[in-house]
Design a protein around this ligand. Structure first.
Ligand code: CTP
Length: 407
């Protein structure tokens, strides 16, 4: 793990959003990192998650009411605000964000936030229209100007059945940001802070003529998630993306390319780097493209395949400017581990992550979907991870990378 939260006091404020049902996951991860977590639920939040569940998971009674009989009401908010090393609002609803931005203090949670001098981190969650609304964006800008950190929500399907930006960020990413914020405050800083990482993602398209190309079904999701996770840990990230329809993670520099040759040039231009994670599904072959469209009347075109350079192998075997940590991905349809180990040895990278591109009983097909089941192959052996979301794989990998750079 990147940095332990041993003994740190986290005040977890849960406001009224359906994403409150994910609060126990955040709580569990914080506890796993040995943090002491005090939960505070707003009236809206309590509609989605029972204080009883949070109390059992945190080991502390849950703060809810400003008018608590056991404690003098006038000091409760001050005590909660003062004892926290960090206040995490997750999920932060549009309403709660609005209250924070205007300084309203009409319940315990908003009063605590107003009395706080500890760092505050919010993880918003709401319908995508609410997220994009000018009022919400204005409130967020105000909060940022007030020094409050925000973990932007993810894009995807929402509880309301609509799709867009507004899903609560993955619990792993939230906890990684908590770790990085606290360690920064202690002057330790994340081991990835200031380090430069190159991430490649998506497919490459190799033109055949002005309208056709050779390509594959890679969505780029895993690479984009890794770029985002590394950025959460304080890294400077250059994301070199093939043609994909994916939102660029905030704070990440994205360079769009189409072909393998363009991707190779972009990777070389981005050097030097401390690490490189090459997730792209690079087309192994290209053709000499025709400048005019192939027509049926012209008969079947005869295409001569030319092998593309292997960006991963070349980067791993560089004599100069080789990144300290080079990680490849192995996409296999058969004999997953055996083929991946062969690839690992042949390419000369430091780690390789094997995933299956065909669905099996244990794992979904890696390409296109939101989940992945990966196997991390290093000199030390093979470590198989459970099936999880690609975002969770990214956070776990970023964690391992952080650990690697710590020693
Ligand atoms: N890769 C690369 N350049 C290529 C081909 C692959 O950099 N021309 C990288 C990928 O980004 C990935 C790793 O090599 O990190 C393995 O890619 P994969 O497609 O699984 O394997 P290939 O090397 O293409 O071998 P094969 O298609 O024969 O399995």
């Amino acid at each position: 793990m990147a940095s332990s939260l041993n003994g740190k006091q986290i005040l977890l404020v849960i406001s009224g959003s359906i994403a409150a049902v994910k609060a126990p996951d955040i709580l569990r991860l914080l506890r796993k990192e040995k943090a002491e977590v005090q939960c505070l639920v707003t009236q809206g939040g309590a509609h989605f998650i029972t204080p009883m569940a949070l109390a059992s998971l945190s080991g502390h009674s849950v703060a809810q009411d400003i008018w608590n009989e056991e404690e003098e009401a006038s000091i409760r908010h001050i005590r909660l605000a003062r004892q926290a090393d960090l206040i995490l609002v997750a999920p932060a609803s549009a309403n709660f964000i609005a209250k924070m931005a205007t300084g309203l203090a009409d319940d315990l949670a908003s009063t605590v936030l107003l009395a706080a001098d500890s760092p505050v981190l919010i993880a918003p969650a709401m319908n995508h229209r609410m997220w994009h609304h000018a009022a919400t964006q204005r409130n967020l800008a105000q909060l940022r100007a007030d020094g409050i950190q925000c973990i932007n929500p993810d894009e995807g399907m929402m509880a309301c059945g609509e799709s867009g930006v507004g899903r609560l960020a993955e619990p792993q990413r939230i906890v990684a940001t908590v770790q990085s914020l606290l360690s920064e405050r202690e002057g330790g800083g994340s081991p990835l802070k200031g380090r430069h990482f190159i991430v490649t993602a998506g497919p490459t398209h190799e033109p055949i003529d002005p309208v056709r190309y050779l390509g594959n079904r890679s969505s780029g999701k895993q690479g984009f998630a890794i770029a985002e996770a590394l950025h959460s840990y304080g890294a400077q990230v250059t994301l070199i993306a093939g043609p994909v329809d994916a939102v660029t993670p905030v704070g990440v520099e994205r360079i769009d390319v189409k072909t393998a040759l363009e991707m190779k040039a972009a990777v070389e231009n981005a050097l030097p780097a401390d690490g490189a994670i090459l997730t792209a599904a690079v087309a192994d072959w290209r053709v000499e493209p025709s400048t005019s469209k192939y027509k049926k009347e012209g008969g079947k075109p005869s295409l001569t395949l030319i092998e593309n350079p292997d960006i991963l192998a070349e980067l791993s075997q560089r004599k100069t400017n080789r990144p300290r940590l080079v990680i490849g991905f192995a996409a296999e349809s058969d004999n997953l581990l055996e083929n991946a180990v062969t690839k690992f040895k042949k390419k000369g990278c430091d780690w390789i992550i094997a995933n299956s591109i065909v669905a099996t009983k244990e794992a979904p097909a890696a390409m296109g979907g939101d989940d992945n089941r990966v196997h991390l192959i290093t000199q030390k052996g093979i470590e198989s991870w459970d099936r999880m979301s690609k975002k969770a794989v990214a956070c776990k990998l970023a964690n391992y990378i952080t650990h690697y750079f710590k020693v």
